[in-house]
Design a protein around this ligand. Structure first.
Ligand SMILES: Cc1cc2nc3c(=O)[nH]c(=O)nc-3n(C[C@H](O)[C@H](O)[C@H](O)COP(=O)(O)OP(=O)(O)OC[C@H]3O[C@@H](n4cnc5c(N)ncnc54)[C@H](O)[C@@H]3O)c2cc1C
Length: 585
């Protein structure tokens, strides 16, 4: 197998909003920058984001970034690090104007300002009423972000390696050795099957989420947790993996997202007897309560027999909304309902169920995007992470809608700027001998497996089913134990399973096998962390421990993989001025 060498000051893995924002800021500083992406950049999942970017511009009514910060912290069930949240909410405003100046076509008010809409959990902190904070371009906001950033990256000379697949990090030693540096990555070129070594001074992982561990998900097929798994295998911890968000309104059985923008524009949720059941769970904010609360409420309604036709779904009701709202502000959602369900949202209620949506946890970083190794925030020099694969942590136990786009923009930019400063002062450190060895061995292993008839696709389906049944919205210790056992069995089967295609060019069987390995690692980290946390907080709800327990659990989980065994450590939550309190909406 031939190996190709490349050298760039900065290497960014992932061409979603986080990766492109970092790459653009690096290139604007004159740093030679390569972006590696398994997808063509504009196909990244950021492009499907519908609803909007939260920023306290105050264009429609009074708003302040401090209110945004408080809402985010309360939404996080007080697990977010408050210093990071303050940075995010303050810099969100500037990031929105930055995108506007780069050419993003936001919707406008009649006097030419950026238009804003309501979203769950975003409030006026004085009255407690919903506030209009989400900046949008119809319900295609993410598409516009991605197009805008990609164009600007091309303009500033970022070099793109599209359809290149990350397989490993290049470290100069063990991660905990203080002299160890990350000096690049190994990637497989999908078109040829060649391995490439990217040697760098600074490397950013911006590889997105891993919703594909669950059966019903809003996430694209490619969201398989690659960056998270690659670092975890190298002994770097993952943070708060037990907190996985289910978005309340996925199309029944398909999981395709119907954005919260629908409820932001006034849509209702109704159970099988036609009630707006959120009255019982969040009497003030109703359908605009945070996602963890609403998803749980839907599960409870269904369990008590109030699903529609006694089945496992409820209705999203858009029938009372004016026609022009559906056509102008929610055109994609309206189209999805027509295309996938054959229903007309003007006259038909839409069947929905919670859908796996967003990873609050991921690779631990500080507020400059540097990957950190432990509870003291010791960084691994040269390695950065941003976006959904990272955990700063600004979302804690539950993310508010619109805050992921804010996160990728603010922390993508901060990571890019910090990397640029680092590249200006650091020299290239030579990589160790044959950094591609582990990747080669893994690929050869899959190529040679001929004995088993176990298929990758079968293992993936079993994983997605068990995760959905035992580790989704409502959890118990017994279920999580069963689930962990099953995930471990699947991990063993995965290493022995066969792939039918043995060729080099465009071997998607092989890519699928590698992605399944990543999914299994993310699932193991998630389930083990969920079993370990004996309380309920945000999206992590344990029926056997239904209360939040601040005296024991007001702390972040760090889970390590060491010689095949898991080890837990804990990191304190940073509190600035918002003391933990009971969440009421
Ligand atoms: C349907 C949907 C709607 C959403 N709507 C909103 C919204 O309105 N507001 C909001 O705030 N959030 C929303 N979100 C969440 C938000 O869009 C994502 O969390 C965010 O866009 C993630 O951005 P990212 O840059 O981290 O990763 P992504 O945009 O997912 O990009 C990941 C990149 O990593 C690359 N990559 C991954 N693995 C590898 C590998 N092995 N090798 C090489 N490259 C790799 C991919 O090619 C891709 O370029 C939505 C999510 C979904 C699924």
């Amino acid at each position: 197998m031939n190996v190709m060498m490349h050298r760039y000051d900065a290497v960014v893995v992932g061409a979603g909003g986080a990766g492109l924002m970092a790459a653009l800021h690096l290139a604007q500083q004159g740093i030679s920058t390569a972006v590696i992406s398994k997808l063509y950049p504009t196909r990244s999942h950021t492009g499907t984001a519908q609803g909007g970017i939260g920023a306290a511009l105050g264009n429609m009514e009074e708003d302040r970034w401090e209110w945004h910060a408080f809402d985010t912290i309360k939404g996080s069930d007080y697990l977010a690090d408050q210093d990071a949240v303050e940075i995010m909410c303050r810099e969100a405003v500037d990031c929105v104007y930055f995108l506007e100046h780069m050419g993003l076509p936001f919707d406008r008010t009649s006097n030419g300002r950026i238009m804003q809409r309501r979203f769950g959990g975003h409030t006026n902190n004085i009255t407690g009423e919903p506030v209009r904070r989400a900046c949008h371009a119809a319900d295609r906001t993410g598409h516009m972000i991605l197009q805008t950033l990609y164009q600007q990256c091309i303009r500033y000379g970022v070099r793109f390696f599209n359809e290149f697949f990350l397989t490993d990090l290049i470290l100069t030693g063990e991660p905990f050795d203080p002299d160890t540096r990350c000096v690049g990555v190994v990637a497989l070129e999908i078109q040829t099957g060649l391995l490439h070594i990217f040697h760098s001074k600074a490397t950013l992982l911006a590889t997105g989420g891993f919703g594909r561990i669950f059966k019903v998900t809003s996430n694209a097929h490619t969201l398989t947790g690659d960056g998270c798994a690659v670092v975890w295998r190298r002994g770097i911890p993952l943070e708060d993996m037990e907190f996985y968000q289910f978005h309340p309104t996925g199309i029944y059985k398909m999981g395709i997202l119907l954005s919260e923008a629908a409820r932001g524009e006034g849509a209702y949720l109704r159970n099988g007897v036609g009630e707006r059941f959120m009255e019982r769970y969040a009497p003030k904010l109703m359908e605009l309560a945070p996602r963890d609360l609403i998803s749980r409420a839907i599960y409870l309604e269904i369990r008590e027999g109030r699903g529609v036709d006694s089945k496992d779904y409820v209705h999203l009701d858009l029938r009372h909304l004016p026609k022009e709202v559906l056509e102008k502000k929610l055109p994609d959602i309206t189209e999805f309902v027509r295309t996938y369900l054959g229903l007309n949202p003007e006259v038909d209620p839409v069947p929905i169920q919670p859908t796996a949506h967003y990873a609050m946890g991921g690779i631990p970083t500080n507020v400059d995007g540097q990957v950190v190794l432990d509870e003291n925030n010791n960084p691994l020099w040269g390695l950065y992470a941003a976006g959904e694969c990272a955990c700063v942590s600004v979302h804690g136990a539950n993310r508010l809608g619109t805050n992921s786009l804010v996160d990728i923009l603010v922390f993508g930019r901060r990571a890019g700027l910090h990397m640029a400063e680092f590249c200006k002062v650091a020299d290239f450190t030579p990589p160790p001998q044959n950094p591609e060895r582990a990747t080669k061995e893994l690929i050869e292993r899959f190529m040679k497996n001929n004995d088993s008839n176990d298929k990758m696709s079968k293992i993936r389906r079993e994983l997605q089913q068990v995760m959905m049944d035992k580790a989704s919205v409502l959890r118990t210790g017994d279920d999580l134990r069963d689930c962990l056992e099953k995930v471990r069995e699947l991990k063993e089967r995965h290493l022995l399973a066969r792939i039918d295609d043995k060729s080099n060019a465009f071997n998607l069987d092989l890519i699928e096998a590698l992605e399944l390995g990543y999914l299994l690692d993310c699932a193991e980290a998630l389930v083990a962390s969920a079993l370990n946390r004996t309380e309920s907080r945000g999206a992590h709800y344990r029926e056997d421990y239904p209360q939040r327990d601040d005296s024991t659990w007001l702390k972040h989980t760090l889970v390590y993989l060491k010689n095949g065994e898991l080890e837990f450590r804990y990191k304190p939550v940073v509190i600035t001025k918002y003391q933990p309190a009971e969440r009421k909406y």
